[in-house]
Design a protein around this ligand. Structure first.
Ligand code: PYC
Length: 315
């Protein structure tokens, strides 16, 4: 019997890894990205875990299943997933997908539509090597909500940027955002993450807030802000988190602190940067976030039938 194989292209976007599945992924049938994600969640969780988790991946890996689009005007459909679940949208991952399509010769410079489970986005493959993503509409739903944690009371905003975020300013958290403090920052943000559902603080329709974002002053001269972002699987985002940057810009715009077309430079905990801007909508903003991705590997994963960790090491 031949061993099932999966062809992947790995990249990192400003430090955060993306593994694009280009062949050997599951057959999800016809449909929109949201419909196919339901099938993926119900029937192929082992595949998700095999691609992201050890021994083939590691906890920070974000997978992107590349699918044919539902609407032929789009270049591709993508479902994003990580070590524990599926994501709604993923901007760093979309930048990685854009760079992968360019690397494969499947996309030329310029703008292309990409279907995701939370709506269509547009990628712009730029001549300078960067990729800009016009993300889904982003907006704040709650401002200055207090949550009681084992570190004390912390107030933050709830906003959608393609995933749900709880955003906390430096005045509120008082943490030093240094790469040498990733363990402490993870512990602090995980305490917020656990406290939110206990205190009934959710996104729209009871949606779980599964990303926590702390802000502070930038360490580099060109940036406007630095962040630390905790992702759903208890890993931190090595990039400035594009959906998190979208949520942040939606909050700034709602406070009258970011006007249409002005530039926002968001620095990550590793010092890498995304450049963003917004266009106002009646509910919030349409954000554009740009950064660079670098291809790191082209590999074939083998999912041996007799491999005890065929579906990865699940926690
Ligand atoms: O860039 O949107 C993002 C993202 C979400 C989770 C990890 N990165």
């Amino acid at each position: 019997m031949t061993t099932p194989t999966v062809r992947v292209i790995d990249s990192h976007t400003e430090g955060e890894p993306t593994r694009v599945v280009v062949a050997g992924g599951p057959e999800l049938g016809p449909g929109t990205a949201a419909q196919r994600r339901e099938v993926f969640l119900e029937q192929f969780d082992g595949f998700r875990s095999a691609v992201c988790n050890e021994p083939r991946g590691f906890d920070a890996m974000v997978g992107a299943l590349l699918l044919p689009p539902n609407d032929p005007r789009a270049i591709a459909q993508v479902i994003f997933f990580n070590n524990v679940a599926c994501l709604g949208m993923c901007v760093h991952g979309t930048i990685g997908v854009g760079e992968t399509l360019r690397h494969l010769g499947r996309a030329t410079s310029g703008r292309h539509r990409v279907e995701t489970p939370v709506g269509d986005v547009t990628i712009d493959l730029r001549a300078d090597g960067s990729v800009a993503v016009e993300n889904v509409e982003s907006y704040r739903t709650r401002r200055d909500v207090a949550v009681e944690t084992r570190f004390g009371k912390v107030a933050g905003d709830v906003a959608w940027g393609g995933n749900w975020f709880f955003l906390v300013s430096h005045e509120q958290h008082r943490q030093e955002l240094l790469a040498s403090r990733i363990a402490e920052l993870t512990d602090f943000t995980w305490a917020i993450r656990e406290a939110l559902p206990r205190q009934g603080i959710t996104g729209t329709d009871g949606a779980e807030i599964d990303h926590i974002e702390l802000f502070g002053p930038p360490l580099t001269a060109h940036a406007d802000s630095r962040n630390f972002v905790l992702c759903p699987g208890r890993e931190y985002d090595r990039s400035p988190c594009g959906t998190g940057t979208s949520a942040k810009m939606a909050c700034l715009a709602a406070d009258g602190k970011l006007r249409d077309g002005a530039t926002w430079r968001q620095e990550s905990i590793l010092g890498t940067c995304f450049t963003g801007s917004v266009r106002a909508t009646p509910r919030g903003v349409i954000p554009t976030v740009a950064g660079r991705a670098w291809i790191t590997a082209e590999s074939t994963l083998r999912l041996g039938e007799d491999d005890p960790f065929r579906e990865g090491i699940r926690k």
